[in-house]
Write a protein that binds this ligand. Structure first.
Ligand SMILES: C[S@@+](CC[C@H](N)C(=O)[O-])C[C@H]1O[C@@H](n2cnc3c(N)ncnc32)[C@H](O)[C@@H]1O
Length: 209
């Protein structure tokens, strides 16, 4: 938990409390429905919570904006971002029902009012969003194919609407067709070794009516 305050020193008491509660909520729900590996539960804040918040270091979200988290699993990156930005609307989608069940329980446990969770394949979700976030779901080409009709026309942020994807390793091959993609290394923000190979990939997408 200190790890979160170290990099996000402006949290309110209520946010700190919500971040604190994550450990117990995930431990409890993981016993009933296994969504996070044992090793990852032990390092929840380093590997899941802070990693999710890496997106906020690259792109802070403005009040009133709408964010889609594709293949959220147990709620990453969507839940930590929803705690950080209570005035932003988050839609968390996963094709596996039991994962969405965990998300709903965590949302209720934290009393988050800005999260909607849907059990569906993202291809079947309609709606328009400022940014689409994700981690560990699909190769960029497949992902773009799934989401490129879900971008809002108007950009509220200075940066154009698009995808913010948490990726690891060498992305040269995967991103070679995306000349307008930008890779932001998270090691520039977080000094822990875990982040040495982690990045946020930003890909602007055009509105499709
Ligand atoms: C490896 S998990 C990652 C979960 C979470 N994003 C994380 O990083 O902890 C991939 C998730 O993507 C979901 N998924 C895969 N394809 C999907 C699709 N087309 N629509 C919605 N969810 C999908 C799977 O059900 C699974 O929960």
């Amino acid at each position: 938990m200190e790890l979160i305050s170290k990099y996000f020193p402006q949290l309110t008491d209520s946010q700190k409390n919500q971040f604190q509660m994550l450990q117990e909520l995930y431990e409890d729900w993981n016993l009933k429905i296994n969504v996070v590996s044992r090793k990852d539960i032990d390092e929840l804040y380093l590997r899941h919570v802070l990693h999710s918040l890496g997106i906020a270091k690259i792109q802070p979200f403005l009040p009133g904006s709408k964010i889609l988290d594709v293949g959220t699993g147990g709620g990453f990156p969507g839940i930590p971002l929803a705690i950080l930005y209570p005035e932003v609307q988050f839609h968390l989608v996963d094709s596996i029902g039991k994962k969405i069940k965990v998300v709903e329980e965590v949302v209720e446990g934290l009393q988050l009012k800005n999260v909607k969770a849907t059990n569906a394949r993202v291809e079947d979700v309609s709606g328009k969003y400022d940014f689409i976030v994700s981690r560990a779901v699909a190769q960029m080409e497949t992902f773009v194919h799934w989401v490129n009709d879900k971008i809002a026309k108007k950009s509220l942020h200075e940066r154009k609407n698009g995808i913010l994807y948490l990726k690891g390793g060498d992305l040269t091959e995967e991103l070679k067709v995306y000349k307008n993609a930008t890779v932001f290394p998270l090691y520039d923000f977080f000094e822990e070794d875990f982040y040495e190979t982690k990045s946020v990939v930003y890909l602007p997408l055009k509105y499709k009516g």
